[in-house]
Design a protein around this ligand. Structure first.
Ligand code: IMP
Ligand code: MG
Length: 431
């Protein structure tokens, strides 16, 4: 019999796009419930299953495993139009998502059309000083939540309540949009007409996620908490103001879903073997040259949400070490190691000097293609050394290394630490 999976949070430890989707997808095979706890459709997880590419923005990656129930916790902001489109796309690909498969917290906040407008107008207005947001309305929706004038899902699906809430909100929103940004006003009729069919479609999914998780804890259902974005996009711990509007660290798994810190046993940090960032903000180990372009091309580093080219650079050990503490990592998964093949020298960032220039240590690279590697022993010696050095500098054991986009392209680095993470299929391949 399979051992029960510990309750686990999976978080990105750089600037997002570390390859969390693939690891979450792998762990979801063992989970009873998969929970998203922050962010919204600013996230984008690209999964490759049996050669088929699936991009998800809101629905947890666990949806591809029929045994897992997926839920969006109270900490998420949800664009109902995007969610419905995603459900339609899943259904068109033969994966019908009914209310038993997907639950939505009645307490989560809804992204309204005026939030999207405000996000776009603000970015335009910031001009050269823009944050480079995804313009999905994430920030303005969290602002309204904290200002205590947001629209929660329970209110959204009650059309009478919704109508009165929209009447209350629109005057202020329109004033900002029209007078401040010279944009187009939203009418209450239009917003309601947009909302009504979405509310009807989503209503069956609405539930008390926190209460459901408490009941699941009581009977020992294994839970997986799926982080979005990455540690240095965290509103508090990231490179403010070039951050997203939610807490992305593992602690947010509790506040954003309704379980306590003691209910989590494992915190898995996902780190790319190099580094990328989309949008503006500091990036000490950035490669603004041919090498950066090489990483972008080989690693296919283009945003899955916005299509923007990602900025690329070397692995920053100093940063990931800090992330290990901010999240309380119990282990690390190193992804996209295969992308580094063929580089003569690999650099690892070790912090900055007095002028803010990155300090590096150099490592010999390897020429071998890693995508067929399935065991530690099959990795080239210099690749093994690179992994060991990352481990030593970050101060957390590397459990797994990912060597390609497909589910099976994974190498157990520390079998004792990774056995619980591997699906039976991957374990068989690894043996
Ligand atoms: P927002 O989350 O749309 O407000 O964007 C704020 C910043 O976070 C921008 O730099 C975005 O590019 C970045 N960002 C938001 N979501 C993601 C993500 O899932 N991956 C990588 N960067 C993200
Ligand atoms: Mg992404």
């Amino acid at each position: 019999m399979k051992a029960r999976m510990p309750n686990t949070a999976v978080v990105g430890v750089q600037w997002g796009d570390e390859g969390k989707g693939k690891i979450v997808d792998m762990l979801a095979a063992r989970a009873g419930i998969v929970v998203r706890f922050q962010g919204g459709n600013n996230a984008g997880h690209t999964l490759v299953v049996a050669g088929e590419k699936v991009v998800l923005h809101l629905v947890p990656s666990g949806i591809l495993h029929p045994s897992a129930r997926c839920v969006l916790g109270n900490g998420v902001v949800m664009d109902p139009e995007v969610l419905v489109a995603e459900l339609d796309a899943l259904e068109a690909s033969g994966r019908k998502v009914d209310a038993a498969r997907l639950g939505l917290s009645r307490d989560l906040h809804v992204i309204m059309p005026y939030h999207r407008s405000l996000d776009a107008h603000r970015e335009e207005a910031r001009g050269g000083g823009s944050i480079g947001t995804t313009r999905k309305g994430i920030g303005p929706t969290y602002e309204d939540k904290v200002a205590r004038r947001g629209i929660r899902l329970a209110d959204f699906i009650d059309l009478q309540v919704l109508a009165s809430r929209i009447q209350q909100e629109l005057p202020l929103k329109n004033r900002q949009i029209v007078e401040w940004y010279e944009g187009e006003a939203h009418t209450a009729e239009d917003v309601l007409a947009w909302a009504a069919p979405l509310a009807e479609r989503l209503a069956p999914h609405v539930c008390d996620v926190a209460g459901e998780l408490h009941a699941a804890l009581d009977v020992g259902t294994p839970m997986l908490f799926e982080g979005a974005q990455g540690t240095f996009l965290d509103i508090d711990h990231g490179s403010y103001p070039f951050v997203t509007s939610s807490n992305t660290v593992a602690g947010a798994a509790c506040a954003g879903s309704g379980v306590g810190p003691g209910d989590l046993q494992e915190v898995v940090g996902i780190a790319k073997a190099y580094a990328t960032r989309v949008g503006a903000g500091p990036f000490p180990t950035e490669l603004d040259d041919d090498l950066g372009a090489h990483l972008r091309r080989v690693g296919r580093e283009f945003g899955s949400t916005t299509g923007r080219p990602r900025r690329c650079g070397w692995f920053d050990a100093e940063l990931v070490r800090r992330a290990a503490r901010l999240n309380g990592l119990t282990c690390l998964v190193l992804t996209k190691l295969d992308v580094l093949s063929g580089l003569e020298v690999l650099r690892i960032g070790r912090g900055s000097d007095a002028d803010g220039e990155a300090i590096y240590e150099d490592h010999p690279g390897w020429t071998e293609d890693l995508t067929a590697c399935r065991s530690w022993d099959s990795l080239p010696a210099s690749c093994q050394a690179y992994i060991r050095r990352v481990e030593a500098l970050v101060g957390v054991p590397v459990a797994l290394a990912s060597v390609g986009p497909d589910r099976v392209e994974i190498v157990p680095v520390d079998p004792a630490r990774s056995a619980w993470m591997l699906s039976d299929a991957a374990q068989t391949e690894a043996n």
